[in-house]
Design a protein around this ligand. Structure first.
Ligand code: PLP
Length: 367
């Protein structure tokens, strides 16, 4: 079976470096808020091209705490509307609801799978105060157009970059376009820890300071609590793992691009619609997502022929029981995407031989 993603093989590449880093932390006697985190925050901010990076416990907290910080700073208030793509992973939307803000779903472009910038203005009301563009599947959303709309209407922009570490357009990386950006380092993401971790990037010093307090019980200074904060910290062991893996991220992205280009060139079956990349550097291929009207048959056929696939994602957010109030609404493009998408294997340790096998199996699919 060609696995969808071989996490064990991915981390095995850096086994010695990871063990050295773990040993360093174990022997230091310092496990929360130390030099590994400081180094990672600095390196990751440099990598993204921002002044600050603030480590937190996971990607969902990165999004929740940024919106929360904007509330504490008086830039958002309960009931304000936040625009978000209707086909995103549920976490982008949960972050809005968790802050008692109102998510406004806007449909994506079916070719890029990212929010359609032309639909943002029609969805806006006088209560709309922010946009969360999501760089879905690893491809930057149309940030020049989104930033232009945001500027004209004075909206805050929080990028959800959980799938797009390193994606770059016009020399600007994911995480450096908006007022702030949330990242996830869940093990399966392109930059993955060996457990949960996340971060926020921003150039805004006041926001960075507020986030540092919020992640630590609302405290800047021990035993002085400015906010009713939370405990959402990126621990030293995970920061140490990320310090190792960040050094290899660009090589891994280059390998993913090579594999994706082989798929784009090699798959040639009228039943399969290939993903569209706008620009080579703007896509880091977190997942390689095709569309097929007979998706379930294709998935079964691929499994039977030794190719493991996943669906990102099978149920659109507006049809989830968690959001009952939207269950009778329809978002036709999202519904079509959720019914047709299938993610083929891709990853930094996958070989060209495996890619060629998947291409051949795909090309032999018949209804
Ligand atoms: C993974 C992911 C998140 C959440 O990250 P966690 O670290 O799992 O909390 C948020 N948004 C998107 C688009 C994601 O893919």
């Amino acid at each position: 079976m060609i696995p969808f993603l071989d996490l064990k093989a991915i981390n095995a590449q850096y086994r010695d470096e990871l063990i050295d880093a773990c040993t360093r932390v174990i022997d230091s006697g310092w496990y929360i808020g130390g030099s590994e985190l400081e180094q990672f925050e600095q390196q990751f901010a440099n990598y993204c091209g921002t002044k600050y990076a603030i480590g937190v416990a996971n990607g969902l907290d990165a999004l929740i705490l940024t919106l929360r910080a904007w509330k504490e700073l008086g830039k958002l208030k309960e009931g304000d509307e936040v625009i978000v793509p209707s086909n995103t992973y549920i976490a982008s939307i949960l972050a809005i609801s968790a802050n008692n803000l109102t998510p406004i779903l806007v449909e994506p472009c079916i070719y890029s799978f990212n929010i359609d910038p032309n639909k943002i203005e029609t969805a806006m009301t006088s209560r709309t105060k922010a946009i969360i563009p999501v760089h879905l599947y690893g491809q930057l959303a149309d940030m020049p157009a989104i930033m232009d709309t945001a500027k004209r209407h004075e909206l805050l922009v929080l990028e959800d970059s959980a799938q797009a570490h390193g994606a770059c357009l016009d020399g600007k990386r994911a995480g450096s376009w908006g007022d702030a950006s949330g990242f996830s380092f869940y093990p399966g993401k392109n930059l993955g820890a060996l457990g949960d971790a996340g971060a926020i990037t921003t150039n805004d010093e006041e926001l960075a300071n507020t986030l540092r307090a919020l992640r630590n019980y609302g405290s800047y200074e021990k035993y002085k609590n400015l906010f009713q904060g939370v405990n959402s910290r990126l621990d030293e062991i995970q920061a140490a793992m990320l310090n190792v893996k960040l050094n290899h991220l660009n090589d891994e992205i280059a390998h993913r691009r090579k594999l994706a280009n082989a798929y784009l060139k090699g798959i040639n079956n009228n039943a399969i619609i290939l993903p569209k990349k706008e620009d080579d550097s703007a896509h880091v291929w977190h997942v390689f997502v095709i569309r097929c009207e007979h998706r379930d048959e294709l998935q079964k056929y691929l499994t039977d022929n030794g190719v493991q696939t996943l669906i990102h994602y099978p149920i659109p957010p507006h049809q989830q029981p968690a959001y009952k109030e939207w269950n009778d609404q329809s978002y036709l493009i999202s519904e079509k995407i959720h019914a047709e998408v299938l993610s083929l294997p891709i990853g930094p340790t996958m070989t060209m031989e495996d890619i060629n096998t998947v291409i051949q199996v795909c090309n032999e699919f018949q209804l």
